[in-house]
Design a protein around this ligand. Structure first.
Ligand SMILES: [Zn+2]
Ligand SMILES: [Zn+2]
Length: 357
């Protein structure tokens, strides 16, 4: 049963091929018994969206037919399937973009981010959220706490990667963390490390705007790699002791080597960013002799609920992240802004149902 104010047709923004985006009118999706129809209110542009826009592929995922981008999204429930129990029309929801099979050994063991059959929004051939409405299974929707806006709720996606890194690295209260790369994932990892109790959070990047934002979000020390030597600065800040945890979020080989070298005995390196090349030289005797742990981070599992609670309780002003706003018809401009304005933009938002006010 469609509610009275749900239209029959809607607008979507399609990526036809690199740099070629087009708005199109299509039918509003039908929902199954356990699905929810969500009117999409805000979508954050992610690095992977920009990569599809620019190159038509991310690793093995290739845009072979027109694709709807956008996976960091939130909205309002417009309709519910007959078996949906947890949501009603009008509820504000955050959308967890990856829907796994629920049956395989990874799903059953709780590591559903590793499910080989996961369907992830805006990952070919699965369409994303640059769309006025999307149908999504009830089990991967989460109520947005009252104090969070739709925009803030979309941050739960990159934030979840930071939470996953903290969980996998087992970040302890009172610890020191260095986070290299202050793109949105790195910035959200600052908020996550703080929520996990890290008391010293050192960050590095080459863009001043990102380092300033990191300090606003809870970082205690910022290193501009254009002006300062990372190793020397970390040594000074930690009085020669090194850090307990090092996250590399930018996929930069030098940063990865620096992250490893910054660790103290028993420290943990979390690899979040994906480098262009597959093989990078790492100091193996250092890893063995200092009992370094290395964890890979692939998306996240079971972080959405706790992530929203953490975002609702953080003292950081998340609104400082939102630098740019676009309507759906301007999706190409949004992608261009995210692609080219790295020293001026943090999070670029697209509003499929119109920019606020
Ligand atoms: Zn993302
Ligand atoms: Zn599975």
């Amino acid at each position: 049963m469609m509610t009275n104010n749900t239209p029959e047709m809607m607008n979507i923004s399609l990526l036809n091929k690199p740099f070629d985006m087009e708005m199109k009118e299509v039918k509003v999706p039908q929902i199954g018994a356990t699905d929810v129809l969500v009117k999409v209110m805000a979508v954050g542009v992610c690095g992977s969206d920009v990569h599809y826009y620019e190159h038509g592929r991310v690793g093995e995922f290739v845009v072979e037919k027109p694709l709807i981008l956008g996976h960091e999204c939130s909205g309002i429930v417009a309709d519910v399937g007959s078996d949906v129990t947890n949501f009603k029309v009008g509820d504000r929801v955050a959308i967890e973009p990856g829907v796994p099979c629920g049956e395989c050994e990874y799903c059953k063991s709780g590591k559903y981010n590793l499910c080989p059959d996961v369907e992830f929004l805006a990952t070919p051939p699965i369409d994303g959220a640059f769309s006025q409405y999307i149908s999504h299974p009830e089990g991967f929707l989460f109520h947005i706490p009252d104090t969070l806006s739709y925009e803030e709720a979309t941050l739960n996606e990159p934030f979840s990667v930071g939470v996953q890194a903290c969980k996998r690295a087992n970040v302890q209260p009172g610890s020191t963390v260095v986070i290299m790369g202050m793109g949105p994932v790195g910035l959200m990892a600052v908020v996550a490390a703080k929520a996990f109790g890290a008391t010293k959070i050192i960050v590095s990047d080459l863009e001043k705007i990102r380092l300033d934002e990191a300090l606003k979000l809870g970082a205690t020390h910022a290193i501009n790699i254009k002006e300062e030597d990372v190793a020397t600065r970390i040594n000074e800040i930690t009085k020669g002791k090194g850090v307990n945890y090092a996250f590399e979020t930018a996929g930069n080989p030098i940063a990865l080597q620096n992250a490893l070298a910054a660790l103290n005995n028993g420290g943990t390196l979390a690899i979040v960013g994906l480098p262009q090349q597959e093989n990078i030289e790492l100091n193996i005797p250092f890893i063995a002799n200092h009992e370094i742990n290395i964890v890979g981070i692939f998306r996240y599992a079971n972080t959405y609920d706790m992530g929203l609670e953490m975002l609702a309780s953080t003292s950081a002003d998340l609104n400082t992240m939102f630098t740019d706003a676009y309507d759906l018809s301007e999706a190409k401009d949004a992608m261009e802004q995210a692609r080219t304005n790295k020293s001026g933009s943090l999070k670029v938002m697209v509003y499929p149902n119109g920019k606020p006010e």
